[in-house]
Design a protein around this ligand. Structure first.
Ligand code: SF4
Length: 236
């Protein structure tokens, strides 16, 4: 057995971090900002759609333009889709996102004519999630963003960083798909810790546990990290 494989096996036998330990360590490492609940679920929903496959800066720009051109959600529906497409162009994928947003608003208008999604704060969590994911193009991650950031519900958005870091830390199996990983991870965290866990894992994925070149030698979690799926060249 080669030295690298022996080292990998040794690491994989280690005890794993618990979510509360991860939060405690990464809170200190990255100075997590306190949770601020926006209380505007429809704003959060549209912003999350705009943020798909682009940077926070670009989606912020697109949202800014959208709000400048359309004073109300109804006015988006009253306009042809190409006007929306022009408005959100800075966010990228404007042809797809404009059609999706238009369809989402159309469905919301049918179900909640005043576009107020505040009722989702009082629904049982799974019912609120089902309601959101029944909208066109709204998956578990987008629904969780709305529930967590706009309504303060304990739904965990699992994006690419959260998924990658969780798998490397051995918190979910490497081969598990994002949807199942989402369910498993959310269940593993106490409801009061969901926001902290999400924010800390994202920061860790962006700043240390990068997709291509994880900085394991500088990582505060290395002591109990099996480094599952980390390229062999980073396991020394
Ligand atoms: S950087 Fe390395 S040690 Fe740290 S969490 Fe990622 S894989 Fe584990």
């Amino acid at each position: 057995m080669s030295t690298s494989v022996q080292r990998l096996k040794k690491l994989q036998n280690k005890k794993l971090w618990k979510p509360e330990e991860i939060i405690q360590i990464l809170d200190i490492e990255y100075s997590r900002p306190p949770q601020q609940i926006s209380k505007s679920p429809i704003f959060e929903l549209i912003l999350t759609v705009l943020s798909q496959h682009t940077s926070d800066h670009n989606s912020g720009e697109a949202m800014h333009h959208l709000l400048k051109v359309f004073p109300t959600w109804q006015s988006v529906l009253n306009s042809p889709v190409h006007v929306l497409e022009d408005a959100i162009r800075p966010g990228g994928l404007a042809p797809t996102k404009s059609k999706r947003i238009h369809q989402i608003l159309k469905d919301i208008k049918r179900l909640q004519p005043d576009f107020n999604l505040g009722f989702l704060a009082d629904e049982p969590l799974e019912e609120a999630r089902t309601w959101l994911t029944s909208l066109p193009g709204v998956g578990p991650k987008t629904a969780a963003c709305v529930l967590l950031f706009a309504l303060g519900r304990p739904a965990l958005p699992v994006d690419t960083h959260v998924e990658r870091v969780s798998k490397r830390l051995g918190l979910v199996p490497l081969q598990m798909n994002a949807e199942k990983a989402h369910i498993l991870l959310e269940k593993s965290v106490k409801p009061k810790d969901v926001y902290a866990y999400h924010m800390d894992l994202i920061q860790h994925g962006r700043r240390t546990c990068n997709a291509r070149k994880p900085k394991c030698n500088q990582c505060v979690l290395i002591k109990k990290c099996p480094r599952n799926g980390v390229p062999i060249t980073f396991l020394s």
